[in-house]
Design a protein around this ligand. Structure first.
Ligand SMILES: Cc1ncc(COP(=O)(O)O)c(C=O)c1O
Length: 404
């Protein structure tokens, strides 16, 4: 014990550092091709559209933008989010939406509102790293749900008996998951809801990527499907964000939850930050009210489709003997796994020397497994760079095989 320094809480000390944030520095090294960061492509930011929205807000209603606001969020933004959700087939009203500071805060709020230290959270394997961090901070223990290339294997979920220790919360990214790129099929979504009702497990569906579908057809969200399954509406909530479709710097996300949980979340948020920036919320509302968003989303879909195709073609051409991977229908990620054993965290330093970085699978696994996998992001690098990045990765793998 270091008596001269304050002692951090156990839950704070247990939070693993974000390997991805560490890699963001590597990504900026001259000549480095980064397949590591999960940042949206900055060329997709609608700078002039946001500038116009910002000027309009300051011109037309500065008092709403510059004053303290309601913890639930600005009325203008909540109304716009209702329309955005309607496009996703989700039927809500403004008073059921809680605006959050990014969907990261949405996850944190649900964790704080629901979990006692030692409560179990069910996760996909692999799972979004910063959600693992938020649940760890709440003192959670983890249970991984059996999963395959389409996400959770719902027919393998156990039915808990009275008195069994069971998860209190299950967290899933249903569309183009980070990191695995998988999308949960319709039948599994319904089965998951039925399981949640039967076993009294609250499901938080996190959907920051759903709009970025560049192939196939939209699958209804869990909260849409919940209307068909008796009791399910009380056992699921929905989180989303403007980060991947407008800009992450806005830090605008939102939650739709059953009433009682929503009230608790609002009280918790009050204690955390009073409310998400009213200025930014008004800008976001103004931007959503303009017709700019749907064009931007179409642009993003087309761009990410080209990037995804370039990455998958390069994997086909250079690494089919070594790796298996999913071909994503949207989003920003490909999850690649060695056919034969191999720890991708030992490959990384060699890849870095070759001028390419990725995130080793171990970073996304609460049980620190998934060692033989890696997350490859196709959002930031262009098609030519992605192809070159995979050539470098192939060279690094040859060198690494010779050493191991
Ligand atoms: C699955 C998932 N959820 C939540 C977030 C947090 O996003 P934000 O807080 O910017 O909305 C991210 C960011 O990468 C993500 O991938």
């Amino acid at each position: 014990m270091d008596g001269d320094n304050p002692i951090c809480s156990m839950s704070a000390s247990n939070v693993r550092s974000s390997t991805i944030r560490d890699f963001l520095n590597d990504a900026n090294l001259p000549g480095m091709i980064s397949l590591a960061g999960g940042l949206p492509n900055r060329e997709l930011f609608d700078v002039s559209g946001i500038k116009t929205a910002c000027n309009t807000v300051l011109h037309r209603h500065p008092e709403a933008a510059l004053q303290y606001g309601a913890t639930e969020g600005q009325a203008s933004l909540r109304r716009e989010l209702v329309s955005l959700m309607a496009h996703r087939g989700i039927d809500t009203t403004a008073d059921t939406i809680v605006v959050t500071t990014g969907s990261q805060q949405a996850i944190d709020l649900v964790a704080r509102a629901l979990l006692n230290p030692g409560d179990i959270v069910a996760l996909e394997r692999p799972s979004y790293l910063a959600a693992i961090q938020a649940f760890t901070l709440a003192g959670a223990k983890f249970w991984t749900m059996p999963s395959d290339a389409d996400g959770v294997l719902t027919d393998r979920l156990p039915n808990f008996r009275t008195g069994d220790r069971r998860p209190k919360l299950a967290y899933l990214v249903t569309n183009f998951s980070n990191p695995s790129g998988t999308t949960l099929p319709l039948a599994r979504r319904k089965a998951l809801l039925a399981w949640a009702v039967e076993n009294k497990v609250f499901i938080l569906e996190d959907d920051p990527y759903g709009e970025l579908r560049f192939r196939g057809h939209r699958i209804p969200a869990l909260i849409t499907l919940a209307a068909e399954i008796p009791g399910a509406e009380r056992w699921c909530g929905y989180a989303s964000s403007l980060s991947k479709i407008v800009a992450p710097g806005l830090r605008v996300g939102w939650l739709v939850l059953p009433n009682k949980l929503s009230d608790t979340v609002v009280r918790v948020k009050q204690a955390l930050d009073l409310h998400t920036s009213s200025f930014v919320q008004e800008i976001a509302a103004e931007y959503l009210a303009s017709s700019a968003l749907s064009d931007r989303i179409n642009l993003a879909r087309e761009r990410y489709r080209q990037h995804s195709d370039a990455l998958v073609d390069a994997l086909d051409n250079h690494l089919h003997a070594e790796l298996t991977w999913n071909t994503p229908e949207g989003g920003m990620f490909v999850w690649a796994t060695f056919k034969h054993n191999g720890d991708t965290s030992t490959l990384l330093p060699i890849a870095r020397k070759e001028g390419v970085v990725f995130v080793p699978g171990i970073a996304f696994d609460p049980m620190t497994e998934s060692r033989n996998s890696m997350r490859l992001s196709f959002a930031t690098a262009g098609p030519a760079q992605l192809t070159e990045g995979i050539c470098r990765l192939a060279r690094a793998i040859s060198e690494w095989r010779m050493q191991t």
